[in-house]
Design a protein around this ligand. Structure first.
Ligand code: GLC
Length: 562
């Protein structure tokens, strides 16, 4: 592991959705042993760090984002000793490891919640959560809605209601309570003491609720969207920032290389920038990039607005195309409407998967050429598509039931990876145990084993792109500008000596003057860049023309959760 305190400013970080990465013990569910045995794959791929989704003891009402004990490991994933060995081994292999922190809510199996239920209304035990009496007409305390569908309140036997912005098995903590703050500070230290390099902060924009828990005004277009205003009663409230200042101080006490990445769904880059001011969290996921349609002007505007807002606070931008909550980008890019976000786990018409893969290859070269750090989601390096036709009996995402079976939820991006072989479980588990979500037989052509041998595979492209990025001094942090380009074409100049050109114009485009092609997402017939492809070109900087004007925030990059 490089002793570089600012490693996170341009790291490529690979998200491991632990249930679906690799199964070591043969029960059909991913685990720590499955990750350990595949670390060489990740090292060879060329990522700098891994982020592991929650591995704590959990009833799995929301895939582990319902934590019953923050300082232990779920026995289905392994033991605390296994986790320690993994942390040490990741470091020994020259990578870093980030764990997932879930502070907005606990599981309803957490001892605090069980104590709160037992202790009754008005007790100190209830004060750590948001228990309230209902209205005089017998309804819930206010009109808030759960992100997964239905009301955000559930009634307990004695008549009181508790708040849950997500599933009813995920009661929200009251972050005004000093026990809650103290507990999470000690959880941070627990994992920092074990050597983790950082934390991904779940729902970082949701911890503080308005003290009066008022109704959400009906003029808020969508009750669940983070609005571009500071008076939303539960999203993106200014008081969250003092929590992150205290956490930053704790991380700094372990050294400048222990970091946070915020999952904050906010209205625009300026709001995101508030989370990454110098004394707060280090970085934040840039969901505007993932929500953006496959359109040159929209992408250019997202890049401009993101970099401008984050430069103003001295934080590096991050770029992400997929994660465990969002329709895989191969599928998004294969649709007529390529925009991400919104209620996108409901089907949006036919998908041209081959087109989606072609665009995904180009998008990778764009993402890895941008300044700052990038997140990959397991399976995107294999070109996996969203599985939108999983049988309803296997669906596990709480969204399915809570939406009254109208939204299938996020299982389609969480199907276990195909590693090798010719039939499911494709090497995901030793032996033949069926994985917890079924893999389609057609993934036989997408296994990592097969793609390793194919020079034009998605995996080979990721491997090469990460290799060039690691070794080229222009990539990662550093200077950049747009070059003048034809309509529908993006040309990004990185200094010294590299141009990334992305063609979204619908037809071929000429390559700008260059010394040689470093990498391209498709073959380049007659020296032209075909539609929906991208290339990295080595250039002589003095041949590169003037910077093009910056753009304003895209109208189609409007927020949407999932
Ligand atoms: C975050 C996670 C998501 C989870 C939710 C509630 O958005 O990414 O998977 O369901 O928080 O914890």
């Amino acid at each position: 592991m490089a002793a570089d305190a600012s490693w996170w400013r341009d790291a490529v970080i690979y998200e491991i959705y632990i249930r679906s990465f690799g199964d070591g013990d043969g029960d059909g569910l991913g685990d720590i042993a499955g990750i350990r045995s595949r670390l060489p794959y990740l090292r060879d791929l060329g990522v700098d760090a891994i982020w592991i989704t929650p591995w704590y003891p959990s009833p799995m009402a929301d895939g582990g984002y319902d934590v019953a004990d923050y300082c232990d490991i779920d026995p289905r994933f392994g033991t605390l000793a296994d986790a320690q060995e993994l942390i040490d081994e990741v470091h020994a292999q020259g990578m870093r490891i980030i764990v997932d922190l879930v502070p907005n809510h606990t599981s309803d199996h957490h001892p605090w919640f069980q104590e709160a239920l037992a202790a009754g209304p008005g007790s100190p035990e209830r004060a750590r959560y948001l228990f309230r009496d209902g209205t005089s007409s017998g309804g819930p305390p206010n009109n808030w809605r759960s992100v997964f569908g239905g009301p955000a309140w559930t009634r307990v036997a004695d008549g009181q209601w508790y708040l849950h912005l997500f599933d009813a098995h995920q009661p929200d903590l009251d972050w005004q309570h000093r026990d809650v703050r103290a507990e999470f500070e000690s959880i941070l230290r627990f994992w920092l003491d074990r050597g983790v390099d950082g934390f991904r902060v779940d729902v970082a924009h949701g911890l503080i609720k308005h003290a009066d828990l008022p109704d959400i005004p009906t003029d808020h277009e969508d009750m669940l969207e983070p609005p571009d205003r500071t008076d939303h009663p539960h999203w993106d409230r200014p008081e969250v920032h003092e929590i992150y200042r205290s956490w930053r101080a704790i991380a700094e006490s372990y050294g400048p290389d222990r970091v946070f990445v915020a999952e904050a769904w906010v209205a625009k880059p300026e709001r995101l920038a508030c989370y990454v001011r110098p004394d707060e969290l280090h970085t934040a996921f840039n969901f505007d990039f993932l929500r953006c349609s496959w359109h040159a002007d929209a992408l250019r505007a997202v890049v401009d607005c993101t970099t401008r807002a984050l430069d103003a606070v001295g934080a590096p931008p991050t770029w992400v195309l997929s994660n465990h909550d969002i329709t895989r980008h191969v599928t998004r890019y294969g649709r007529a409407s390529t925009r991400g976000g919104g209620s996108q786990h409901e089907s949006h018409g036919p998908v041209d998967v081959a087109l989606g893969r072609r665009r995904a290859r180009a998008a990778l070269l764009l993402m890895l050429a941008l300044p700052g750090s990038a997140y990959l989601y397991q399976g995107e390096e294999l070109g996996l598509e969203e599985l939108e036709d999983l049988p309803i009996e296997v669906l596990q995402d709480p969204t399915w039931e809570r939406s009254g079976r109208t939204a299938r939820g996020r299982d389609g991006c969480r199907v276990p990876l195909p590693w090798s072989g010719f039939r499911p479980p494709f090497g995901f588990s030793p032996g033949d145990t069926p994985p917890w979500l079924p893999q389609p037989q057609r993934w036989v052509s997408l296994t990592a084993e097969l793609q390793k041998r194919e020079p034009d595979s998605m995996l080979a492209l990721y491997h090469r792109a990460l290799g060039v990025r690691r070794n080229h001094s222009a990539l990662g942090e550093g200077g950049w500008s747009w070059l003048p380009s034809a309509t529908g074409v993006l040309a990004l100049h990185r200094t010294p000596g590299l141009v990334c050109i992305v063609n979204i114009s619908g037809g071929p485009t000429a390559l700008p003057r260059h010394e040689r092609v470093l990498l391209s997402s498709e073959p380049l017939p007659d020296g032209a860049l075909p539609a929906d492809s991208a290339a990295w070109l080595e250039v002589a900087d003095h041949h590169v023309p003037q910077r093009a004007a910056a753009t304003s925030f895209p109208t189609d990059g409007v927020p949407g959760r999932w």
